[in-house]
Write a protein that binds this ligand. Structure first.
Ligand code: XLS
Ligand code: CA
Ligand code: CA
Length: 442
């Protein structure tokens, strides 16, 4: 294909690993893609992805002020040529960052048409454009998704809308987004239930809405098999914002939902750090819960701000936090087809092209460093042997008999009475273990 046209990122060279001694602000100090860790290259453990919407769509507008971030494609008179300019810039940034993957919504890569059919036509035109760009790029698609939450038609939900025509409109949109994700060899397909929730029970039939959502996800799973899409279907939990009560509140709520609608073996989760903390959990808690239920799919690495109660979608910068998250990923058996997606945006005053590059370089390096720390903790087994020892009593035949259901409640009771049990409390050693972790970080 022809050479990449000049973009706002053209002046930047591809970022390389230069090691910890480097003084170059635009170099990786920790992310050494080919370094073998736990038997495979770092690149394949981390599978970093750049999000289309925040990186190329975010204008910096907030409820108190207009756009601050001005990109050439936002000024293009013709929406489709704007979409092509945006794609050219996107692939140029992927080149600069040496990014293995990207992620997008239909509305990020292509403008909304005048009606459903013209929107779908635009989507396929732009998918072909991206496919051609991908031929000369080393960046693949981590996941695609549909934006069925921004337009006013979705204000009362997509699948959970009281109007069946909105359900059908959303089904058509998701079907085509799945087709396009398959066409671009996407590793996963994500469903975030942006408006799948409610504001007040006074106008809401909760059971109907959940049944609609359950049907919708079943349709998606059936269609995945029909077209032979080999990626994972991932739901993304979020407790609130935009709606007050979201049906996919957190990992535990989504697991209950999946079981109720017979989906727990067919759907995994895309877990976001910022959504975990909005739900009152830590990121590592959500990862560990998902791994426990067999639902660990992929991660959105963007964090919130503890002083703000909303979804600020910031790049990760806390080494210990991310190390604990990566440690749970390793304990959970890794991410498989998933990866680490930066669903993150620069701040409103970071208006230069290089601000986006610095943000990603920092995020990528922080995650790589955290992963290396987590891999060492995982390999050394110091933490896991403390936990093993703590539960060792459960390996005894007596404990196993209780656990396997071989003893009834009254039998357990009479044995306890016979021995006149008086268990001695043992310290949980939390501070000792926390010190181990804090001292081991490099
Ligand atoms: C919004 C979500 C969204 C999903 C993809 O808060 O994080 O960006 O990741 O629709
Ligand atoms: Ca978010
Ligand atoms: Ca997200």
């Amino acid at each position: 294909m022809s050479q990449t046209p000049s973009t706002i990122f053209s002046g930047f060279e591809t970022i390389r690993y230069e090691g910890q001694e480097s003084q170059n602000p635009l170099a990786y100090r920790w992310y050494q893609p080919d370094r073998i860790v736990l038997g495979k290259p770092l690149r394949d453990h981390l599978r970093f992805a750049i999000t289309y919407w925040h990186s190329f769509g975010w204008s910096g507008a907030d409820p108190f002020g207009a756009a601050t971030i001005d990109r050439p494609w936002m000024r293009s008179g013709d929406p489709m040529s704007g979409a092509r300019m945006k794609a050219d810039a996107a692939f140029d940034l992927f080149r600069v960052l040496d990014a293995p993957f990207f992620t997008f919504h239909d509305r990020d890569i292509t403008p909304e048409g005048v009606d459903l059919n013209s929107s779908l036509r635009n989507l396929h035109i732009m998918a072909d454009y991206l496919e051609a760009k991908m031929e000369s790029s080393s960046t693949g698609l981590l996941w695609g998704t549909a934006n069925v939450f921004a337009h006013r038609r979705f204000m009362a939900g997509a699948a959970s809308n009281p109007d069946p025509e909105v359900f059908a409109f959303s089904a058509a949109t998701v079907k085509h987004c799945m087709d396009v994700t398959k066409q671009l060899n996407g590793q996963n397909y994500v469903l975030w239930g942006g408006r799948e929730g409610y504001e007040t029970l006074l106008n809401t039939d909760l059971k109907r809405e959940l049944d609609q959502l359950g049907r919708f996800i079943n349709l998606v799973v059936e269609y995945k098999h029909k077209i032979g899409f080999r990626g994972e279907i991932l739901m993304e939990p979020k407790p609130k914002e935009p709606t007050k009560h979201q049906y996919d509140f957190d990992t535990a709520a989504v697991y209950a939902f999946l079981q109720r609608y017979g989906l727990e073996k067919h759907v995994k989760l895309n877990i976001e750090a910022n959504h975990a903390t909005l739900a009152g959990h830590s990121f590592e808690h959500e990862i560990a819960m998902a791994a426990t239920f067999g639902l660990l799919g992929s991660l959105d690495m963007n964090r919130g701000d503890l002083l703000l109660g909303w979804d600020t979608d910031q790049f990760p910068n806390d080494l210990q936090d991310v190390t604990l998250a990566m440690y749970e990923v390793l304990r959970g058996g890794g991410l498989g087809k998933g990866g680490l997606n930066f669903d993150a945006k620069v701040r409103r005053q970071s208006i230069d092209a290089d601000d986006l590059i610095h943000a990603h370089v920092g995020g990528i390096d922080l995650c790589a460093r955290a992963f290396l720390n987590a891999a060492r903790l995982f390999e050394e087994k110091t933490l896991s042997s403390i936990v093993e020892k703590r539960y060792a009593g459960w390996d005894s035949p007596y404990a196993q008999a209780m656990l396997r259901g071989e003893l009834k409640l009254e039998e357990i009771a009479s044995q306890a009475e016979e021995k006149n049990l008086n268990p001695e409390p043992r310290s949980g050693k939390q501070e000792f273990i926390e010190n181990l972790v804090a001292r081991s970080l490099f």
